[in-house]
Design a protein around this ligand. Structure first.
Ligand code: FMN
Ligand code: SF4
Length: 526
């Protein structure tokens, strides 16, 4: 009997919980080189609580089993997993993966292929629509590509939410002998992993987006700035870049057309602020990652002084869909001024953590309690931090806020890169506020005083509050300091640190005001 195809993620999150051990057990059970070829390593579907998630294919439908431990494998193989109908009564059997509620409720535009294709197979990629966007772009005038990006309403997914089309137009309009595309893959926000998942699970999609960006703006060279903490993404990208080059998609010509474009992969050194676009450019130039004053904008004076388009992984990876299916198909999704889909990342103390791509507009309550299933600890949700370490904390009574750029800005928050970190009722929000200042102090590039000094003074002042010292006076001082940082910092690291601090004070004031001097002074010693 012919063995059925088996799919198992090679995604870092799946590997972290044992996907490679499952692969080893499968190899042992198969014990035959020909049979081994039936195993395809894919990206992750994004249902991280089900990893390692193994899938088998029958009549074009994939059935899932997870979360597996190595001991499940011999049992599943003996039950006919690979050759027969499979043991659908097995306690780890999930049924048809695409029919799971988590999958059905999504609108997967950017992540359409992730978890399905072999990330190193260009033919898999093309079979599921890959390169259609590029083929379309090659038939268009560059300005028409920029117009499509504008009409799609796509905004930067790296954090600032700046309209992508306007940035593309600026780079296109700049005249220079050399222009660059820089992909920001530094993904340092807490609770975020969408860039990593995309690069590991569907790297050709990012490459295609960058090539289209080159065609539109006249840039002939691209860089991917990847954080050093992503070794699996590095391998996936290196493989994909090499395959794309051999297949004629990168180099002197692109798919036999005239313009040339190539991409170089660069690895960052592990600094949060190097995700800020100008610090990133400094780092790419081999200098210390320190923020540049703006203007000039990178679109005018960027890498090596040349016009440069800096976009996040998800922004660039949305481009192939927009070109292939039309700007309207993308703009049809979403909510008010936030068009398209957002790959939301559910993390922290959450029962069903993972990546959930949907049109903007779902509420925090739907995302956390319905999709995410509440906390992993089973205790009540007390807070959610949205948008990374510079994002605000929200209490459950504000969870009816729709997930879109403007709604979060109006609440002194941000959606950032789409990360939601959930906390249960055991969280100490005064400690979280202290951590926000500490994080800023550690990661500050040191260029401006409000951030460099303010973050340290802020941490010290919260520490006094934690010890119950002059609480009200110190809270006033923190508020004053936050105002100075918000309006006086050169970049958003210092400028947005007030968001987590002030939201913690505003919504969870009792955690600051309940400190007892006797209990906390001198580290508890009397
Ligand atoms: C401290 C700091 C860290 C940042 N880190 C990232 C990051 O890791 N990835 C990212 O894409 N953008 C990051 N940004 C935003 C970038 O500066 C820039 O806005 C973004 O790369 C532009 O791409 P987009 O328009 O596609 O979002 C960061 C900004 C700041 C202030
Ligand atoms: S706000 Fe902080 S990270 Fe940004 S430029 Fe100033 S010192 Fe550097």
């Amino acid at each position: 009997m012919t063995a059925r195809r088996v799919f198992l993620p090679r995604d870092a999150a799946a590997i972290a919980v044992g996907a490679n051990d499952i692969a080893t057990e499968l190899a042992r059970a198969l014990d035959d080189t020909d049979q081994l070829s039936i195993i395809t390593r894919t990206g992750s579907r994004g249902m991280l609580w089900l990893e390692p998630l193994l899938e088998i294919e029958e009549d074009g439908i994939r059935y899932g089993f997870g979360p597996l431990i190595p001991a499940d494998v011999p049992q599943l193989v003996a039950g006919g997993l690979l050759t027969g109908p499979g043991d659908v009564t097995h306690p780890k059997a999930l049924g048809a993966v695409e029919q799971l509620d988590w999958m059905l409720r999504q609108t997967r535009l950017t992540f359409a292929r992730c978890g399905i294709v072999d990330p190193t197979s260009l033919s898999d990629y093309k079979e599921l629509g890959g390169t259609n966007g590029l083929n379309k772009a090659l038939t268009l005038e560059p300005q028409m590509i920029v117009d499509a990006v504008k009409s799609s309403g796509l905004r930067g997914r790296g954090g600032a939410g700046f309209p992508a089309g306007i940035k593309w137009q600026s780079v296109r309009d700049a005249s220079a002998d050399q222009k660059y595309i820089v992909c920001n893959a530094d993904e340092g926000d807490s609770g975020t992993f969408a860039d990593r998942m995309l690069m590991e699970g569907d790297p050709f999609c990012l490459i295609e987006g960058m090539i289209i960006a080159g065609l539109a703006t006249g840039a002939t060279k691209g860089f991917i700035y990847l954080r050093s903490e992503y070794p699996h993404a590095r391998i996936a990208l290196e493989q994909a870049l090499s395959i794309a080059r051999q297949a004629g998609y990168l180099g002197e010509t692109i798919a036999d057309a005239n313009p040339s474009f190539d991409i170089e992969l660069r690895i960052g050194a592990g600094s949060y602020v190097c995700g800020e676009e100008t610090a990133l450019l400094e780092s790419l130039e081999g200098k210390r990652g320190q923020v540049r004053a703006k203007p000039p904008l990178p679109a005018h004076v960027g890498l090596f002084g040349k016009p440069t388009l800096v976009n996040n992984v998800l922004t660039l990876a949305a481009i192939p869909f927009i070109l292939a299916n039309g700007a309207e198909a993308y703009a049809d999704q979403g909510f008010e001024k936030s068009r398209g889909t957002m790959p939301v990342q559910l993390a922290g103390n959450i029962k069903q953590g993972g990546l959930f791509e949907a049109g903007f507009g779902m509420t925090l309550d739907e995302l956390i309690n319905d999709i995410g299933g509440g906390t992993a600890s089973g205790r009540p949700v007390r807070a959610a931090q949205v948008g990374g370490p510079l994002g605000a904390y929200f209490p459950p009574d504000l969870f009816d806020i729709p997930f879109d750029y403007e709604s979060f800005t109006s609440m002194d928050g941000l959606i950032g890169h789409g990360g939601i970190v959930v906390f249960d009722d055991l969280v100490d929000m005064a400690e979280q506020a202290r951590f926000a200042f500490e994080f800023c102090a550690i990661e500050s590039c040191g260029k401006c005083t409000p951030c460099r000094i303010g973050s340290v003074r802020g941490r010290e002042t919260i520490e006094q509050i934690l010890e119950g010292q002059a609480v009200e006076a110190n809270l006033t001082l923190v508020e004053d300091l936050c105002e100075t940082m918000k309006f006086g910092s050169l970049c958003a690291l210092g400028g947005f640190t007030p968001y987590p601090v002030m939201s913690a004070i505003r919504h969870f004031g009792e955690d600051f005001r309940s400190r007892s001097p006797a209990k906390f002074s001198h580290g508890g010693k009397s």
